[in-house]
Design a protein around this ligand. Structure first.
Ligand code: AMP
Ligand code: ZN
Length: 477
């Protein structure tokens, strides 16, 4: 039996019950990083919350297939079709090729995700792998009359749609958001909201990545990649599409426009958007001077999973302000939580018949919190309440492990340390017993000097011997 899930849907602008297209299965797509620089911890807030959504759906019994793209071409410095190609900008900054930059920052992103316990999606596909698919979709859009060629570029004609702003109500002047003032308006466009599907008349003579196409040598626009990559792996009907709120317009709005024009039917039912991580100066962004990375947190001595807890303590739909003080609070809470779990004994003998009733109740409360539009902070409160309860240590340990399949805070990571401690204890005992036997043999041979030497040797290591009538016992100082 699948547990119910309710989530806010940007498309309907309300909290909806989640009902997938195919019973028991979930197809999920995530807009991946633009790999021209390190991901900042704001980007990673989005990926952490999307990871929790995926893991909760699995926990609730769904069979999830999740796909993510890697943007390695076509994303310009403005989210509209103006400005410089971000990948080219990164390559120039570092005097490397675009592909070198893409490879380096894709690996760096994956490494950050591992440190934050973000599961790798089932499929990760770079945009540059799918050029034939992009060309095919653009050809169909041209055939159907949804696209036109102007000034050697191919554009999507938004006036052909019954409704363009399906995700958000935008005003004309807001279309300028993110567009740099020094960039001229593209005069080839028939409508202000039209967007580029394929560039051939590149403003950048030194654009490194170009492919042959029916419209000449060029490269794809940014939005087409997500429509094509998701359909390549998930088909023409999708359950959940994720991203940060800045993706709502124009990126996701354009994705819907071209996908539904292409298929002729509704494409994706649920849109999950994570609000921004802000600094005192506004949204954390790669293009705006200083931004914080996972490596920087590590250099400053912060455990990456303490940042994950920091994110889970707030609701994904609320903006989250980052300060070092609030991160410090999360670190203190994280350390305390882990120590508390490590201290739990795994002695099953203390499990009482009342445990199973409480276990069911705590599991239910945890699931209710997560199913309530992914209320992670309430779910963490359930974890604390459970640890404070009179459940046996063994049951608390089992529940913490269960909740951590969704929270992924590394709550049981102390297990390895515990096992190592245990191994160390066993080795120590074997060593001391051997020394005690040696000392007994020395005494039997009346070699009291050697016996005293062994006692002193052990004392130096903090191991104290006590001779009794039953034999020699030992303890640590
Ligand atoms: P990008 O690498 O710029 O394509 O962005 C990767 C993901 O991070 C996208 O889903 C963005 O919406 C999201 N994002 C960008 N900035 C922030 C931020 N400050 N806080 C949370 N998510 C963000
Ligand atoms: Zn996308």
């Amino acid at each position: 039996m699948k547990k119910k899930m309710f989530m806010y849907n940007t498309l309907t602008k309300r909290v909806d019950e989640f009902i997938p297209n195919e019973e028991g299965k979930v197809s999920m797509y995530t807009c991946g990083p633009t790999v021209y620089h390190y991901a900042h911890i704001g980007n990673l807030r989005s990926y952490i919350m999307e990871d929790v959504l995926e893991k909760y759906l699995r926990y609730a019994g769904y069979d999830v297939k999740r796909v993510m793209n890697i943007t390695d071409v076509g994303h310009l410095t403005s989210d509209g079709d103006t400005g410089e190609d971000k990948m080219l900008k990164g390559a120039k900054r570092e005097h490397k090729t675009v592909m070198d930059i893409a490879r380096f920052y894709t690996d760096a992103f994956m490494s950050d995700c591992r440190k934050l316990n973000i599961k790798k999606p089932d499929v990760v596909e770079p945009a540059t792998n799918c050029i034939p698919e992009f060309i095919h979709m653009i050809e169909v859009l041209l055939d159907k009359g949804y696209a036109y060629v102007a000034g050697e570029n191919v554009y999507f004609d938004t006036s052909k749609l019954e409704q363009y702003y399906v995700l958000s109500a935008q005003k004309e002047e807001e279309l300028q958001v993110g567009v740099r003032e020094d960039v001229d308006e593209d005069t080839n466009k028939k409508n202000k909201t039209d967007f580029v599907l394929w560039f051939t008349k590149s403003k950048f003579d030194n654009q490194e990545l170009k492919w042959d196409s029916p419209w000449g040598v060029g490269y794809p626009g940014w939005h087409i990649e997500c429509s094509c990559i998701s359909m390549k792996h998930l088909g023409e009907y999708m359950d959940i599409h994720c991203g940060g709120v800045d993706n709502i317009f124009p990126h996701h709005t354009n994705e819907i426009a071209q996908s539904e024009a292409y298929t002729g039917h509704k494409w994706c039912n649920y849109w999950f958007h994570v609000n921004h991580l802000n600094t005192k100066n506004g949204k954390m962004s790669k293009s705006d001077g200083e931004f914080l990375t996972v490596s920087l947190l590590e250099e400053k001595g912060y455990h990456p999973l303490a940042y994950r807890l920091f994110c889970l303590q707030s609701h994904y739909r609320k903006p989250l302000e980052f300060t070092w003080e609030t991160l410090d609070n999360a670190v203190a809470a994280y350390d305390k939580l882990r120590k508390r779990i490590q201290r739990l004994s795994d002695d099953n003998s203390s499990v009482t018949p009342d445990d199973s009733r409480q276990i069911t109740e705590f599991k239910q409360k945890f699931a209710e919190a997560m199913a309530n539009d992914l209320n992670t902070s309430s779910a963490i409160t359930v974890l604390y309440d459970m640890l404070k309860s009179d459940l046996s240590d063994a049951s608390k340990r089992a529940l913490a492990e269960d909740f951590d399949t969704v929270l992924s805070l590394g709550l049981m990571d102390g297990e390895a340390e515990r096992e190592t401690d245990h191994d160390t204890d066993t080795e120590l005992a074997a060593y001391v017993e051997k020394k005690i036997a040696e000392r007994a043999a020395a005494k039997a041979e009346k070699d009291f000097a050697r016996a005293d030497e062994i006692r002193a040797e052990l004392a130096e290591k903090g191991i104290m011997l006590k001779d009794t009538r039953e034999g020699t016992s030992w303890s640590l100082e």
